[in-house]
Design a binder for this molecule. Structure first.
Ligand SMILES: Cc1cc2nc3c(=O)[nH]c(=O)nc-3n(C[C@H](O)[C@H](O)[C@H](O)COP(=O)(O)OP(=O)(O)OC[C@H]3O[C@@H](n4cnc5c(N)ncnc54)[C@H](O)[C@@H]3O)c2cc1C
Length: 405
C-alpha cells in the first residue's frame, strides 16, 4: 500500500475542507485534502457565498479576482406566502466589504479555492480519493486509510480533520457521539429553464402546503421542493403527471416550463436533510468541522457560511500550533469552544422554523399565515437589519488571523 506523510490531512473538499486547506497551505503548513469525487460539479451544494465569506476572501486579498467569476448579487431576503411577498432581510447595512450574498455555483467557488491553494507547493489535493478509515495508534488518531485511483493509500498526519460532510465516514469511525435534532422534511432537487426577464433574486414560496425555493444559476433555475420526511416514494407512486401538477401550483412564473423540463423522475433528485451535532468535536489527533461536526438544515441557507467560519477558526487556533508541531487535545477543544456557540444559535433558529412553522404546513394543503415576526420585519425596514446579520454573517463572525508564509 502506498504510504504518504503530511502535517494535516483533511477528508472532504467541500467548503470547510477547501477553505481550511487553503489557509493552512498559505501559512506554510504541509496539508493534504482528500476529495472522493473527481470534480466539484455536484448539485447538492447550496450556491450562496455569504457576506462573511466574502469578507474572508477580502481579508485574504482574493476578493477582486473572486468577484470576476460570474455571479448574481442578492441585497435583500424575502419570501412569498400565498400571493403576498414579505421582505425580512436587508443586507445593505452590514459592516462587511460586500453588502450582498453572491449567488455562484458552489463548484466555481471550490474550483477557485483549489486553484489558489495549488499555488502553494505544500498543498496537495487528492481527487477521487475517499477516506475509508482512521489510523489509530496508542489511543491517538495519526492519519487515514483512503482509496484512490491507484489503489489504497495510507496517509499519516499529526492532525486529521474530518470535513467530509453530513454523512461523514470519519465521524462514524471515530466513535464520537452524535445528537440527532430531527429533520421533518427532505428536499427534491430539480432544474427549470431560465428565461430572459426572470428575476435573479432567490425565490422562496409557501403556498397550499408546499414550499419551493428557486436559485438562479445563470442559464437555469436550481429548484428545491420541500416534502415531508420519507414522502419521496409516495410522490413517485402517484406518478409524474400528478407531480408536475403539484409543481405547477407552486412554481409561479416558471410554471409554464414544468412540462418541457420534467419528463422523467430521473431528473428529480432526493436530498435527505439531517440536523445533528457532535457532543465532542475532537478526540486526540482528530477534529471534526463543518457538517461533519454539525449537519445543518437548508433553512436560512447558512450551512456553507458556518462551515467556512469553522475553517477560519480552526486555522486561527491550530495553524500556529501546526507550524511548531502537533496539536494537543486541549488545542482541539479550543476550536469546539469557539464554534459551538454559533452552531447552537443557528441550529436553534433552524429548529424553530422547521418544527413550529414549516413542519405543520408541508403536506397540509394549506397556505400558512405569515408569522408575526415576518410581518414586523416587512413593516419596519430598519428591523430587517437583524435577520440580515444572522443570515449574512452569523453569530461570532471569524476573521483571518493566520498569516501567510
Ligand atoms: C438540500 C440542501 C440545500 C442546502 N442549501 C444550502 C444553501 O443554499 N446555502 C447554505 O449555506 N447551505 C445550504 N445547505 C447546507 C450546506 O450544504 C452544508 O451545511 C455545507 O455544504 C457544509 O459544508 P461542509 O464542507 O462541511 O460539507 P459538504 O459541503 O458536505 O462537503 C463535504 C465534502 O466531502 C466529500 N466527502 C464525503 N465523504 C468523503 C470521504 N469519505 N472522503 C473524501 N471526501 C469525502 C464530499 O464529496 C464533499 O465534497 C443545504 C443543505 C441541504 C441538505
Amino acid at each position: 500500500m502506498e504510504s504518504l506523510s503530511t502535517t494535516c490531512v483533511i477528508a472532504g473538499g467541500g467548503p470547510a475542507g477547501m477553505m481550511l486547506g487553503y489557509l493552512l497551505a498559505r501559512a506554510g503548513i504541509d496539508v493534504t485534502v482528500l476529495e472522493k469525487h473527481a470534480d466539484f460539479l455536484r448539485d447538492f451544494r447550496g450556491d450562496t457565498v455569504h457576506p462573511s465569506t466574502l469578507q474572508v476572501m477580502h481579508e485574504l486579498g482574493l476578493l477582486d479576482e473572486f468577484l470576476k467569476l460570474p455571479h448574481a448579487k442578492i441585497f435583500g431576503v424575502g419570501i412569498d406566502i400565498g400571493e403576498r411577498h414579505y421582505r425580512f432581510g436587508d443586507l445593505t447595512h452590514l459592516p462587511t466589504a460586500c453588502k450582498f450574498i453572491a449567488m455562484m455555483p458552489q463548484w466555481d467557488f471550490l474550483d477557485f479555492l483549489a486553484r489558489k491553494a495549488r499555488a502553494f507547493p505544500n498543498f496537495h489535493l487528492l481527487m477521487q480519493t475517499e477516506a475509508k478509515d482512521l489510523i489509530a495508534q496508542g489511543g491517538k488518531i495519526c492519519g487515514v486509510l483512503a482509496a484512490g485511483p491507484g489503489g489504497n493509500v495510507q496517509i499519516r498526519a499529526g492532525l486529521t480533520v474530518a470535513a467530509d460532510g453530513r454523512t461523514s465516514t470519519l465521524r462514524a469511525k471515530s466513535g464520537l457521539k452524535v445528537t440527532e435534532l430531527g429533520a421533518p422534511f427532505d428536499v427534491l432537487w430539480l432544474r427549470l429553464p431560465f428565461r430572459a426577464g426572470d428575476p435573479v433574486d432567490v425565490v422562496g414560496r409557501l403556498k397550499g402546503g408546499q414550499m419551493f425555493v428557486m436559485l438562479y444559476r445563470g442559464d437555469y433555475w436550481q429548484c428545491a421542493l420541500v416534502i415531508p420526511k420519507g414522502g419521496h416514494d409516495a410522490i413517485r407512486a402517484q406518478g409524474l403527471s400528478r407531480f408536475k401538477a403539484r409543481l405547477k401550483e407552486i412554481a409561479g412564473f416558471a410554471a409554464d416550463r414544468v412540462d418541457e423540463a420534467i419528463t422523467d423522475f430521473d431528473q428529480v433528485k432526493l436530498l435527505t436533510v439531517a440536523v445533528n451535532r457532535l457532543e465532542e468535536w475532537a478526540r486526540p489527533g482528530l477534529l471534526c468541522i463543518g457538517d461533519a461536526a454539525h449537519a445543518m438544515s437548508p433553512v436560512g441557507g447558512v450551512g456553507i457560511n458556518l462551515a467556512i467560519q469553522d475553517a477560519v477558526a480552526t486555522a486561527n487556533i491550530l495553524g500556529p500550533v501546526l507550524q511548531q508541531g502537533v496539536p494537543k487535545p486541549a488545542d482541539l477543544k479550543k476550536v469546539q469552544k469557539r464554534r459551538q456557540f454559533p452552531t447552537r444559535v443557528i441550529q436553534g433558529f433552524q429548529l424553530v422554523v422547521q418544527n413550529r412553522f414549516l413542519s405543520p404546513m408541508i403536506g397540509s394543503g394549506k397556505t400558512p399565515n405569515a408569522p408575526w415576526f415576518l410581518k414586523l420585519f416587512d413593516a419596519v425596514p430598519y428591523l430587517r437589519r437583524i435577520p440580515a446579520r444572522m443570515v449574512g454573517m452569523g453569530p461570532r463572525p471569524e476573521h483571518v488571523e493566520l498569516g501567510e508564509r
